[in-house]
Every structure is written in structure tokens, then in C-alpha cells.
Design a binder for this molecule. Structure first.
Ligand code: URA
Length: 220
């Protein structure tokens, strides 16, 4: 069940804690509490959600014969079997990456149908133009089809922020390639309403808390 559906179930009085109906989804429970949904016992959250500030030089894979993978950056206390990166960043792309063992969650934030937006700070080798912005907003035609409309906000002469609602192979690099531009730096800065924590250094991971998880699926 998605977090949103869980909140609705709680507000509709479908959840009891130790036999009493609770109607507030921020109700605190402990390990020993018995929680029922529609009269059926549920177990506590068994998944883990990790935010990584990805450095360059790591591939978004669970294993690789010759290259370092992002999973190597997960510290032993957070590591467990079944972890995988929820979405790919290129080897030379940096920034926000979620690592989890929850396939349903990954599907919800990656499926183009769910419209969870991802924003990237981009630097080009040539100036960013109004023509690029206009084309991104309409939908750039790539060899594998026309992209969904994307956002482009101007930054410095060579910098901008691009917002995508899908994730294709090398998408941003290929979109700018249509204008003869080369991406010289690419960093993912947000997913949904959640931004890369400023105090998380490159190469470091930490577990996400409940409110951060909510933000990821909010503000699509
Ligand atoms: N677009 C790209 O070209 N590369 C990434 O890593 C992410 C988006």
C-alpha cells in the first residue's frame, strides 16, 4: 500500500492499535503494539530507504565486474541483502540517489505514469538558450521517441536546472546534444519534493526518515 493509501485507511478508521481505532496517521507505536488493518495483523515496516550523495566514478548497479558500484558506498550498519539503486545515474553524474530494498516504492518513484519529478543542475559547454527552453517544454524528439515536456530554469550563462518526469538512458545529455551542446557537469538535486540534504557530503549515505519519504512522493 502506498503511504498516501495508508494515511487514508487510518483516517477512515480501518486501523486499530491494541484494539482501539486510531484516526491520526502520526500516531506513535512501539514494537510490542498490535496493529490491525481491517482486522488483519500487519507487521512493521521491513524495508530500508537510504539517501546517497553520489560521487563521480560509481555505476548505478548492484554488481559490476570491473567498476565500483554505488552499493559499495553503503556503510555496513545500513547494508542488507536486496538493496538496489532506485533509478540510474550515469557514472559521471553526481547527487541525489535513493537506495532501497522496496521494489514497489522504486516503481512508484520511477514510473513515468506516476509523474514524480526529478531535477538536475546542469552545466553546458555553450550558453543555455531560450530555444533550448522552448523545445524542452514542448518535448524534445530523441531517437527513442519524443520526450515528455520538461522544465528548464536559467541559471548562469552556462548553467540551468532541468526537471524531468521520466528517466531515459542519458536523457539530459541527449536532449542538449540536439542543440550541439555537451553537458560538462550533471548533478541530481531533487526527487519529488525532496532535495539532496545540504549537509550530506559526496560519497556519504544516511537513512531517510518518514517525513523525507513522504516528500519524495509529494509535489509531483
Ligand atoms: N540524464 C543524463 O543524461 N544522465 C543522468 O545521469 C541523468 C539524467
Amino acid at each position: 500500500m502506498s503511504r498516501k493509501d495508508a494515511k487514508i485507511a487510518v483516517s477512515h478508521g480501518k486501523v486499530t492499535v491494541n484494539g482501539a481505532v486510531v484516526k491520526l496517521s502520526d500516531h506513535k507505536v512501539s514494537e510490542s503494539d498490535e496493529i490491525l488493518l481491517d482486522g488483519n495483523k500487519i507487521s512493521k515496516n521491513k524495508h530500508i530507504y537510504i539517501v546517497l550523495n553520489k560521487p563521480q566514478g560509481y555505476v548505478s548497479a548492484t554488481e559490476d565486474e570491473s567498476q565500483h558500484t554505488v552499493l559499495e558506498l553503503v556503510p555496513p550498519e545500513l547494508f542488507r541483502k536486496g538493496l538496489f539503486p532506485a533509478g540510474r545515474l550515469d557514472k559521471d553524474t553526481t547527487g541525489l540517489m535513493i537506495i532501497t530494498d522496496d521494489g514497489d516504492f522504486a516503481h512508484r518513484i520511477l514510473s513515468p505514469k506516476k509523474h514524480v519529478k526529478k531535477s538536475y543542475a546542469v552545466t553546458l559547454d555553450i550558453p543555455v538558450t531560450a530555444e533550448m527552453k522552448e523545445a524542452f517544454e514542448k518535448g524534445v524528439a530523441l531517437s527513442d521517441g519524443v520526450c515528455k515536456p520538461a522544465g528548464l530554469a536559467f541559471g548562469g550563462k552556462y548553467d540551468c536546472t532541468v526537471t524531468l518526469f521520466e528517466g531515459r538512458y542519458h536523457q539530459i545529455k541527449r536532449m542538449f546534444g540536439c542543440f550541439g551542446a555537451k553537458v560538462t557537469a550533471l548533478k541530481r538535486i531533487s526527487i519529488g519534493g525532496f532535495s539532496l540534504p545540504e549537509n550530506l557530503p559526496e560519497g556519504q549515505c544516511r537513512e531517510l526518515d518518514e517525513s523525507e519519504l513522504d516528500l519524495i512522493e509529494k509535489d509531483r
